[in-house]
Design a protein around this ligand. Structure first.
Ligand code: ZN
Length: 121
């Protein structure tokens, strides 16, 4: 995953797919109390993204499926936020080249630094 290597290149360390957290976020930055979900634009309905089209056949099936996914994402986000996590989303179309991933990693690092947790004594 391009984002992962771009983050590593910036010296950021994280856990992957932490199953103890709601929705097992793709990237977990415990020290910053921040999680990142890397969402595929099609399945998770990136608003305004051309990848997030609705297939022409079985329209009802797809609408139902998408609604379920989006509702689940919202539930996970709310549950994590209630536990004090900040929840960030990276959309696939925004990190699918080396240069886009590098930009995303840079932005993420800025966001993380806004929220550095004090180290345990
Ligand atoms: Zn997208």
């Amino acid at each position: 995953m391009l984002l992962r290597s771009a983050l590593h290149a910036r010296g950021l360390r994280f856990r992957l797919h932490d199953k103890r957290l709601d929705g097992s976020p793709d990237l977990v930055f415990p020290r910053f109390r921040t999680v990142v979900f890397v969402h595929g634009c099609f399945w998770h309905r990136h608003v305004g993204c051309k990848v997030a089209n609705v297939p022409k056949s079985n329209v009802d099936f797809w609408r139902e499926k998408f609604m379920t996914n989006v509702a689940r994402d919202a539930r996970n986000k709310a549950a994590l936020e209630q536990k004090g996590w900040r929840v960030l989303i990276s959309w696939e179309c925004e990190i699918n080249t080396v240069s886009k991933a590098a930009t995303a990693a840079e932005e993420l690092q800025v966001l993380l630094n806004e929220r550095q947790m004090p180290r345990a004594p």
